[in-house]
Ligand binder design. Sequence first.
Ligand code: PLP
Length: 374
Amino acid sequence: MVPIPQTDPHANYRAHRVEIDAAMQRVLDSGRYILGEEVVAFEREFADFVGAAHAVGVASGTDALELALRACGVGAGDLVFTVAHTAVATVAAIEHTGATPVLVDIYPHSYTMDADCLQAALRDPPLGRPRALVPVHLYGHPADMPSICRLAKEYGLYVVEDCAQAHGAVIDGRSVGAWGQMAAFSFYPTKNLGALGDGGAVVSSDAALAEKVRALRQYGWHERYVSDSPGGNSRLDPLQAAILRAKLPHLHFENGRRRSHARRYRELLAGAEIGLPAARSDVRHVYHQFVIRTKQRDLLREHLRDFGVSSAIHYPVPVHRQPAYAGRVPTAGELAHSDAAADEILSLPMYPELTPAAVDTVAQRIAEWTRLNQ
Ligand SMILES: *Cc1c(COP(=O)(O)O)cnc(C)c1O
């Protein structure tokens, strides 16, 4: 029995080892170990990939969200609407700015912000009108940006997209990250585009907002040693930038592999009593995760574990029920779909180097289990 991991960043390193090792050596030999050419070149290449004018490399996805919001002027006393069904980092970053996050429910099919709930919350805001919205393109499926951007325009709000799980996802021909005024990406090693350590980027087509992020990531410097505004330190490491430059040209191909694994899972699980992820025809889903749904999730997970198949739960406890946030972070109405999802979701093995044979094995184990449990 060959174990099948849920994700495998080492396999991705092995797939690009020669290019990555050469890229790292180039940085070591350059003598430049903070920002510099590698970071500038990656920023150019990544902005082009997204189809935005500017990208600014920062230390993590969490920092990217925080700095993007702060560049929009979000701070103490402001409200920011986002979702509870996301990585805690989304909500943590909002609080780091001093603002108060307000959590909105999700669509049960795509697990992204429900635009009708958002509209109801904007018409009758629980605590007041927000200054910004942070939709999350969860699992690689784009949020409903046409509706969200329409509402943001109507109410005069900034949109900062959380693209940490959706590098390369597209809605109506436009990439995620090119819909809002700003967008935040993470390069955590298991993401669709992953560094070999921490990294992140803010993307924007607004030159003034991008400039503000450049100052915020480095002591508020506009020019060296001149702090025009208070800032901190959140720079993308040039070693990570060089690694990301080696990997970026392969991202479309690797997203294609994820999509073909997803097609195979769908085919093989079509007859089984299992909830399959939504795939709207007007979007390109990049399957950061392939998330199925069943009321007997924990039993299925054990069954898979018995056969050496790892799975994961993204995320077992929604943010409004986490000890750090429960009873403290406000919600806009009931979060019924967020709560229900947390009890039923299961992320199957999904990464580009996964073999079709492994996908077949996982699907067969699940199909078997559903037959036994019906
Ligand atoms: C990974 C992730 C983040 C945070 O990124 P880091 O680089 O780990 O700080 C934020 N939001 C979502 C949805 C994520 O998946």
